[in-house]
Design a protein around this ligand. Structure first.
Ligand code: GLN
Length: 539
């Protein structure tokens, strides 16, 4: 295809409308038409990346293969498109300013006064176009974080205005708004939508497509009214109704011909096939599942909807491919202890110990692991979860009662988990962990090898601490085997207790690498073990 087409997705009225899902769904539909698509997110905050934000602020931190700590929407993009993203797919205001200030210090602006317009907007535009020019995508979909009208998103909106002007037909704006239902009046109200479009128009942007988020189906006369008041063609006003899963949204938008309308607007052939076969098969599989599998997720952020987003989605995908519904139970690690573990974990077909940082809630994780190990309940530990498996084993099997990670207790006599060598001189917290994809060599015959069905795998990391190899022999002799190591550094990436049904800890994050058409093998194997455990219990 000759020119890259740029589509911006903006949001109005309120935040949390699901711009990420709409962007991912549109991307999916265009990809199904045979185009090379990528999706990018601009976040209007000053943090250089979301790596230093805790989950209360911004949900999960997603990690790309090239080691960028990214917004969780990139996880949706990868799950929908099955195409890896990189640091070029997530830009924050902090990074834009950092780049501009670095250029200014280098003298690149040749004595000019450096200003929001044109210098900040130019840097924003450069980052939009980079995906088209560097990676040769046919479509670059750019999601603008925040809500139109926010002070902090103004430079982004201005950049969109300029790009629409410069690129003409090759650039579109899809605006997502909310249509609330006022129950006292028994009416849906479009006024907030009209106002938010007006706000965009005041900033010089005429949206090309409107997507109205609503809880229930809107009448067609209401859509016509929005079209008329907002200068948008009638067929280009669509609705996105709440769905049981996010994976149904592409089909909802396809029924309203979103792909055709977009293709027509950018001047591309609409008479092409849309191949959504695999996607539909996945949804059919989901609908046909009758039995459910009960998984306990133990973590300290379980009350937050988005804190373990990629884990939740990976579990759901794996359950569906195992012909089961996912019955996910969040268990707050701060409420869990050795006395109540049996009661709180009763009935779980398997237990997942979540990643995390710091001391809070850690004892609950030890209690859950002890319960799983002693009662042979399938258990998967991810990152800190794996480290907790190692510590629990030291304390309760190796007899090293004071064993710990130096993250939790610097002076512990048994540093079974210790700071990585390359982390010892790190003083800057931002972007300085061991991040991104690394090789891992799996031992033949292990559960992990069986799951992946190959020896060499690549999975993504985000941590500073590691298994202390000084203790490796002790662990192996006592029955906890190191079944995955990094071939270059010898870092232990996987531990297992082979005498148990399924007890695996991974230092890496398999959840960052699980998509609808390509679910992660470790999650598939974990859910399979959970289902077998359930069947055994029944017998
Ligand atoms: N806090 C641990 C470390 O830094 C684990 C991190 C994680 O779970 N992502 O090594």
């Amino acid at each position: 295809m000759a020119d890259t087409k740029y589509i911006f997705v903006t949001g109005g009225v309120v935040s949390s409308l699901g711009k990420g899902i709409v962007s991912a769904s549109l991307g999916k539909l265009l990809q199904a038409r045979g185009y090379k698509v990528t999706i990018q997110k601009f976040d209007p905050y000053i943090n250089v990346d979301p790596g230093t934000l805790n989950p209360y602020e911004h949900g999960e931190c997603y990690v790309t293969v090239d080691g960028h700590e990214a917004d969780l929407d990139l996880g949706h993009y990868e799950r929908f498109l099955n195409v890896q993203t990189t640091r070029d797919n997530n830009i924050t205001t902090g990074r834009i300013y950092q780049n501009v200030i670095n250029k200014e210090r280098k003298g690149d602006y040749l004595g000019k006064t450096v200003q929001v317009i044109p210098h900040i907007t130019d840097e924003i535009k450069r980052n939009v176009k980079l995906l088209g020019s560097k990676y040769k995508f046919d479509f670059v979909i750019t999601e603008i974080g925040g809500t139109v009208g926010d002070i902090e998103s103004l430079p982004y909106i201005e950049s969109v205005r300029q790009l629409k002007w410069e690129l003409g037909k090759n650039c579109l704006c899809v605006h997502l708004t909310y249509v609330p239902y006022i129950s006292a009046a028994k009416e849906y109200k479009t006024k907030p939508t009209q106002h938010s479009v007006k706000q965009l128009q005041e900033l010089g942007i005429q949206p090309d497509v409107l997507v109205l988020r609503t809880e229930r189906e809107l009448r067609s006369d209401l859509l016509r009214k929005v079209a008329l008041f907002c200068n948008v063609a009638e067929d280009s006003v669509m609705q996105s109704i709440d769905m049981p899963t996010i994976y149904e949204v592409p089909l909802v938008l396809q029924r309203q011909k979103m792909d055709e309308i977009i293709l027509r607007k950018v001047g591309l052939d609409t008479n092409t096939n849309s191949d959504m076969k695999q996607w539909r098969e996945f949804l059919d599989l989901k609908l046909s599942a009758k039995d459910s599998v009960k998984i306990g997720l133990v973590g300290k952020y379980v009350e937050l909807q988005d804190a373990y987003k990629s884990i939740d989605e990976s579990l759901l995908q794996a359950a569906i491919y195992n012909h089961h519904k996912l019955d996910l139970h969040s268990i707050h690690s701060e409420k869990l202890n050795n006395e109540n573990a049996a009661e709180m974990l009763k009935g779980m077909d398997a237990i997942l110990i979540a990643p995390g940082f710091g001391q809070r809630g850690i004892d609950g994780k030890f209690a859950a692991i002890k319960y799983a190990r002693e009662n042979d309940v399938p258990c998967l530990g991810i990152c800190l979860g794996m480290q907790c498996m190692v510590i629990e084993f030291a304390r309760n099997v190796l007899g090293l009662a004071e064993a710990n990670s130096t993250e939790m207790e610097l002076q512990t006599p048994y540093k079974v988990i210790d700071l990585m060598e390359e982390q010892k001189n790190v003083t800057y917290m931002g972007g300085s962990m061991r991040l991104g994809a690394y090789d891992c060599l799996l031992k033949k015959g292990s559960k992990t090898y069986e799951a992946y069905d190959k020896e060499l795998i690549q999975e993504r990391h985000r941590h500073r601490f590691e298994f202390n190899n000084e203790y490796k022999n002790k662990y192996e002799e006592a029955g906890m085997k190191c079944t995955g190591v990094n071939p270059d550094t010898d870092l232990v990436e996987v531990v297992e207790i082979p005498t148990l049904k399924w007890f695996v800890g991974v230092q890496y994050h398999p959840e960052y690498n699980s998509t609808v058409v390509n679910p992660n093998p470790l999650f598939l194997s974990f859910i399979k073990a959970a289902i077998e455990n359930k069947k055994n219990k029944v017998q």
